[in-house]
Ligand binder design. Structure first.
Ligand SMILES: *Cc1c(COP(=O)(O)O)cnc(C)c1O
Length: 427
């Protein structure tokens, strides 16, 4: 790239990738190999001792994966990144790098349902405790912090309804208490919003959604902001104390502003093993190239659909931050002026039965539990993902009996609206 400071569209296509030096291949090759030949024994020793960067074994590092990592670090404005097998694997490795048994972290109570389960149930096996706070009220995070708190975790654009969070206000709480702010930027993507510019220290993604963008490959990434001082408090020993498995190397000292990404790779990924396959890394690199185009179309279509739904007499309410009279519109304009994302909820006057029948009556929309596909997707949470909850819990989770969630795709918006219209007409 000729310019020092390439734009976002250019980075989405070029960051991290060069023509293959041995074959001239222009697209990023899929390096479908488990292992890499050493030059000699000294080279091998330097790689194993972390004195030199290089490929050893695909569980730890692979050239196709490396392109995905550089691309995501560039798009988010971070110093380095680590790509892994899924969004959940990324979250596991982030917390493994900073938590000890008995520690806690404070997380927003409006999160992707899988993250609620991972934090609230699976993490108990490690004796890591989650404390829930309200992302609408930054002070509620402060109230949950104590001497064993290690981090704050939020989604920039929160599930399930698509609500923008005041990242800078929560970053202020984190800074005041010397804690890193970790932001899941899956729903917004760096095209709409870059959390590191608002005070976040670490960004995680499920690449499975809008980055891959075609509903065909799982992946996750951890982006290191390079901003947090891991040595200051002594609370992050994996980063600030000598590592016996690497001959006493202190990772923060040795690697400075990329120490977190290195630690997640050489301690977390190496030992827990959720490596991304080279093929999936290739698919996600390819997806990232069109992220700006797709994301703008997702947002434009979603806004048009939300406006149209408001005019339909079977619909009781529409919650989309892009609508001017939406209570979340002020935060959307501040944090994400290009658009409000693809995912939102609305209510049907006919309640639970209408929700089920509406979903079944759609023809082009796919009824499934995913977001961020090129295709338009729909789910009725009360009869599917949230059916085990009591009616009161469903309402609290934004998944009451009348709620329908859409992930608006990039088809012609007239066809999307026509499908919604014919199904609503049948109610
Ligand atoms: C899907 C999702 C995850 C989990 O990612 P996987 O790739 O499914 O493991 C985490 N956070 C958000 C916001 C998601 O949408």
């Amino acid at each position: 790239m000729t310019k020092d400071n390439p734009g976002f569209n250019t980075l989405a296509i070029h960051a991290g990738a060069q023509p293959d030096p041995t074959t001239g291949a222009r697209a990023t090759p899929i390096y479908q190999t488990t292992s890499f030949v050493f030059n000699d024994t000294d080279h091998a020793a330097a790689l194993f001792g972390l004195q030199q960067f290089g490929n050893i074994y695909t569980r730890i590092m692979n050239p196709t994966q490396a392109v995905l990592e550089e691309r995501m670090a560039a798009l988010e404005g971070g110093t380095a990144a680590l790509a892994v097998a899924s969004g959940h694997a990324a979250q596991l490795l982030v917390f493994h790098t900073i938590m000890n048994p008995g520690d806690n972290f404070v997380a927003a109570n409006r999160l992707y349902g899988g993250s609620v389960n991972q934090f609230g149930h699976a993490f108990k096996s490690f004796d890591w405790q989650v404390r829930w706070a309200d992302p609408i009220d930054p002070a509620s995070f402060e109230a949950k912090i104590d001497g064993r708190t290690k981090a704050i975790f939020i989604e920039s654009l929160a599930n399930p309804g698509g609500t923008f969070v005041d990242i800078a206000a929560i970053a202020e709480v984190a800074r005041k208490h010397g804690l890193p702010l970790i932001v899941d930027n899956t729903m917004a993507t760096p095209y709409l919003l870059r959390p590191l510019e608002h005070g976040a220290d670490i960004v995680v993604h499920s690449l499975t959604k809008f980055i891959g963008g075609h509903g065909n490959s799982m992946g996750g990434v951890i982006v290191d902001g390079g901003t947090f001082d891991w040595s200051k408090s002594g609370k992050y020993p994996l980063l600030s104390e000598p590592r016996p498995e690497y001959a006493g190397v202190v990772l923060h000292q040795a690697f400075g502003n990329i120490a977190f990404a290195i630690a997640a790779r050489v301690l977390g990924l190496r030992d827990f093993g959720p490596a991304i396959s080279p093929f999936n890394a290739f698919m996600l690199v390819t997806g990232a190239e069109t992220l700006p185009l797709r994301m703008q179309r997702h947002c434009d279509n979603a806004l048009a659909v939300a406006k149209w739904l408001k005019t339909n007499d079977k619909v009781s309410w529409v919650s989309y931050a892009g609508l001017e009279d939406d209570p979340n519109n002020r935060l959307q304009r501040r944090y994400s002026p290009k658009g409000a994302g693809a995912v939102f909820t609305f209510g049907l006057k006919g309640g639970y039965e209408a929700g089920k029948r509406f979903v079944e009556g759609l023809e082009m929309f796919s009824h499934l539990a995913n977001i961020g596909d090129t295709r338009s997707l729909v789910i009725h949470p009360a009869s599917t993902t949230h059916r085990q909850l009591t009616p009161e819990q469903q309402v609290a989770a934004g998944a009451g009996p009348d709620v329908v969630r859409l992930s608006v795709g990039i088809e012609d918006v007239s066809d999307i609206i026509a499908d919604l219209e014919q199904s609503l007409a049948k109610l």
